[in-house]
Write a protein that binds this ligand. Structure first.
Ligand code: ADP
Length: 259
């Protein structure tokens, strides 16, 4: 049950009328639960065949390369990157069901922040020829968090910077220490986000519509998952953006100076 109420006051400030309404939201909650269950079952079912396709494409690519069939190997390699995209989408759906059920697991360890950023940047540089990823770090210290999950956040911000920059250009990745926090910012010079839409981009399934020149693929989950991860690790995530000029997405994580 959800209740909403209103109180009218007399001139002396005493309550004159109290109006109360209660809503039965059981149906709404059931529907939400059914939606979450469906996403969870569907993504689990999709995961198994996609994992098996992935294994076969890798074996096939290796065999074709050994035989010297480079053209065919190239086609299989394209298939492999599409399978990776599919795996990523299924992973996002699974993460969302885990977040909604309060079951996202974290395995926090101490790790070198700059080394992780460099690893992710080098991996993602291989996925684009149009963009130059420039990695400037000013923080050589340690962070205590789930390394894989933080890699997921950095990957997500840089992948978005690439995706929403249809023209060739630089993407700047900067990390630095500010008081007791390490900040990582990813700046692009792409399509940007209108001011009134910026506060919504971290919401589940939210996608900015109305870009008539380009359509971008996606489910609208990456930033929601990223913000949940950063919050669970005691940090913050935010965006500064100007439409048609570019965006800077940043997150902050706590660090202990003595480490
Ligand atoms: P997706 O990219 O799958 O739609 P995200 O949750 O990662 O989902 O992002 C939500 C929305 O925020 C995107 O649909 C896009 O409109 C906007 N957005 C995210 N990153 C950028 C960026 N670097 N530049 C412009 N728009 C962005």
């Amino acid at each position: 049950l959800r209740a909403a109420g209103k109180v009218r006051f007399t001139e002396e400030g005493k309550p004159a009328i109290i109006i109360g309404v209660t809503f039965d939201i059981t149906d709404h909650k059931n529907l939400q639960q059914q939606k979450d269950d469906f996403i969870s079952i569907a993504s689990h079912e999709l995961k198994t065949p996609v994992t098996s396709i992935k294994a076969y494409t890798q074996v096939l690519e290796r065999m074709l390369k050994q035989k010297g069939d480079t053209k065919e190997a190239g086609m299989i390699s394209k298939m492999d990157s599409q399978v990776n995209r599919l795996t990523g989408l299924i992973g996002d759906l699974l993460d969302v069901t885990k977040i909604n059920a309060g079951k996202l697991q974290f395995n926090d360890v101490d790790f070198k922040f700059a080394a992780l950023v460099t690893e992710v940047v080098e991996d993602l540089q291989r996925t684009t020829e149009k963009h130059r990823l420039i990695n400037e770090f000013n923080y050589e210290g340690t962070v205590h968090a789930d390394r894989e999950r933080i890699a997921q956040v950095i990957t997500n911000l840089i992948t978005n910077a690439i995706k929403y920059s249809p023209q060739p250009g630089d993407i700047l990745i900067r990390s630095a220490l500010h008081d007791n926090e390490v900040h990582l910012c990813v700046e692009d010079f792409g399509v940007g986000i209108a001011e009134e839409k910026q506060e919504h981009v971290f919401e589940q399934f939210y996608r900015v519509s109305g870009n008539k020149q380009h359509t971008f693929p996606g489910l609208g989950l990456g930033l929601y998952i990223s913000s949940e991860i950063v919050k669970r690790e005691g940090g913050r995530i935010w965006v500064n953006s100007v439409e048609n000029k570019g965006s800077t997405f940043c997150f902050a994580l706590p660090v202990q100076q003595s480490r």
